[in-house]
Design a protein around this ligand. Structure first.
Ligand code: NAD
Length: 303
């Protein structure tokens, strides 16, 4: 049994906290939004009056916040989480943030006499509820080993990706592949439509050929071939366009910092940033096919 402070009880954090309680850990939660605190209380989670109060008695502090700024702000200052927790506590930072921000948070933790791993997740809200998340972990061998039993209570696959920040690096690289391939699959279906190819025929060929990928065989952007994909429910997420735009924004940040020539990653970021400002705010990222289809129709009309 570990004494855990869990900060950030939103879409992901609340079900993750519930799984830790179900695994027998002593957990105190906190969120800055009163409605999230009420929902946590209703779910049987013990709630503190502030983040610092929750951290004061903890051996492990888990954070699940919207962005890197939230993490740095919550960690820092005289009344921050790093100052409040007993020296030598393990901070498991699960938010999706920039690699550079994860390393900044790690340095702050070490300077305050605390331990830290970055442990972003994939698997979405369903994975958080079912305890089947994938954790990508960056940190020392010792801290990874200490975090492992807790991550196991929330996830099905826990991968040690290397030193500080490398969990976030794995996450950003994976999601860059996903963002690019989802656009590629959508473009192929729209091109097939124009050439007279049925969705079923293209799916039957590509899903067994070298075009095979998750964006096609699980998140198929047209209704029919994969009955569980968001296309069959009018693109209700799933993984919203805004979240893909956020993750590709982190990819852009990493590309610019390293100077890597990732032209498709940068282009995908632009496409999803525009989508997120429009229909992608409320729709799955595979709904990008509708944008591609209407842009194609407009281009054809202009010819
Ligand atoms: P969310 O906005 O629902 O939850 C974040 C919570 O953190 C909010 O309730 C917010 O009030 C709280 N918060 C912010 N600052 C705080 C502070 N200082 N102290 C306490 N609480 C604070 O977001 P989410 O969907 O749960 O996502 C959380 C993180 O997980 C994000 O970084 C996101 O990119 C990542 N993620 C989300 C998904 C998904 O499908 N939703 C999938 C993978 C990764």
């Amino acid at each position: 049994m570990t004494r855990i402070a869990f900060l950030g009880l939103g879409h992901m954090g609340l079900p993750m906290a519930k799984n830790l309680v179900a695994a027998g850990h002593e957990l105190v939660g906190f969120d800055v939004v009163p409605a999230a605190v009420d929902a946590a209380r209703a779910a049987g989670i013990t709630v503190a009056a502030s983040g610092a109060d929750a951290a004061r008695g903890a051996e492990v502090v888990i954070t699940m916040f919207p962005s890197g700024r939230h993490v740095i702000d919550a960690f820092s200052g005289d009344d921050g989480l790093l100052a409040a927790a007993p020296a030598g506590s393990l901070f498991i930072e699960c938010s999706t943030i920039a690699v550079s921000e994860a390393r900044e948070a790690h340095d702050l933790a070490l300077a305050a006499g605390q331990r830290n791993v970055d442990a972003p997740v994939s698997g979405g809200v369903v994975g958080a509820e079912n305890g089947t998340l994938t954790f990508m972990v960056g940190g020392s061998d010792e801290d990874f080993a200490a975090a492992h039993p807790l991550l196991e209570a929330m996830g099905a696959r826990i991968v040690h990706c290397g030193g500080p920040g490398l969990g976030q690096a794995a996450k950003v690289c994976n999601n860059m592949i996903l963002g690019i391939t989802q656009i590629a699959v959508a473009e192929a279906f729209v091109l097939g439509e124009q050439l007279g190819l049925t969705h079923d025929a293209l799916f039957e060929v590509a899903s067994h050929a070298s075009g095979q990928c998750w964006a096609l065989t699980t998140n198929c952007p047209v209704p029919g071939p994969v009955p569980t994909s968001p296309a069959n429910r009018d693109y209700r997420p799933g993984f919203a366009g805004t979240l893909m735009a956020k993750d590709l924004g982190l990819a852009r940040h990493a590309i610019e910092e390293t100077g890597v020539g990732a032209a498709l990653g940068l282009h995908a970021e632009e496409i999803y940033a525009r989508y997120a400002e429009g229909p992608g705010a409320a729709r799955d990222f595979s709904g990008i096919i509708e944008t591609i289809r209407s842009a194609s129709a407009a281009a054809q009309r202009a010819e």
